[in-house]
Ligand binder design. Sequence first.
Ligand code: GUN
Ligand code: ZN
Length: 416
Amino acid sequence: MGALGAFSDGGLLVENERIVACGDYSGLRNAHPDAPVRDWRGGFLLPGLIDTHVHYPQVRILGGLGYSLLDWLERHTLPEEVKFASPEYARAVAAEFVYALLSHGTTTALVFGSHFAPAVAALFETATRSGLRIASGLVISDRLLRPELHTAAELAYQANKQLIACFHGKGRSLYAVTPRFAVSTSEALLEVCQTLLAEHPDLRFQTHLNENAEEVAQVARLFPWAQDYLAVYEQFHLVRPQSVMAHSVHSTPSEIARMAASGCTVAHCPSSNAALRSGIFPMRRHLDAGVHCALGTDAGAGIGFGMLTEALQAYLTQCLAQDSGFPLSPVHLLYLSTRAGAKALGLEREIGDFAPGKSADFVYLVPPERSPLAAVARHAPSAEHLLAAIFTLAGAESVRETWIAGAPVFRHAALR
Ligand code: GUN
Ligand code: ZN
């Protein structure tokens, strides 16, 4: 992971969308006396936050407390997702969604799209207009949700092909094959996913895995030939580098070992795991086995779009997890909310930190006047202390600006 690099009076040299250097301000200034300067004093720059699991059609149903997963889907969430059959509805929510990410300092996200192709197109178009970097795709299912959300295998193949042709690798957009979860996808549909990945090896892949005990039992009933939940996806060659499996709360030692060997990523979503009473993520078991872990807000089952808050939730949950818990430091939290996501998406050469050559994606945090964060920041004895306080105290009100590829994509409303 490497240690924390921090500068109390730092400089970030940006040219043509990319970071040229990051270091002490006076040294950079002397080396580049003619470069124009923007004075950021009074705040902090962090690499852009990377959310590896978030649902675009769930913006308007955030805060549905009191459910567990299958109940929450059936009664709270799927009725909302049906509305995305309307492209106008989808466009309106896409704007809310993209704004929500940027205003929380998120510069890249792996996004669960909608079950409707025009709604997915609306998301890609809105993200492209804003500058936001996303990987996303058509959510596909062909059973056990509700008929309006089901897509037969042949249609799913065609719709995916069209969306891939329109959006994959265009600007900052990437396409992710997205079966909702094994419960709602037949073998025929999983075979479509396999075909798509074989035809386009650089696509990303995302789904849910071992989130909830009832869901795991249902998968065992639906796929009696599978040794466990992961084996369903493995059967169709869907578990590989650049596959992101959300949750993995109930994975067995064998599943964890196989995920480690595959090079896939687990997107840990702590606030969702608590809110839906899914369970506590056994992070230590995953890390000990060598599974790559990143972080996702899982909004709308999670508590919002803030990756800093989500990282704090990971810290708090792991404190309560006893022997399966992993003691996360502020540096771990920064890693989980930035560079871990870049690696999950195969974008570690492009984003994730301030290394020279990477895209200049960053968030400018300014503690609101008289806020507790402002008080802590004035007195923090070290960069680690300050970073811990940022994760503990900084919400959207502290996000003054968000920049992607050297251009501002969000400014706090009070300043526009
Ligand atoms: N499993 C299948 N669909 C969903 C979803 O929308 N959210 C979560 N958290 N889990 C799921
Ligand atoms: Zn999810």
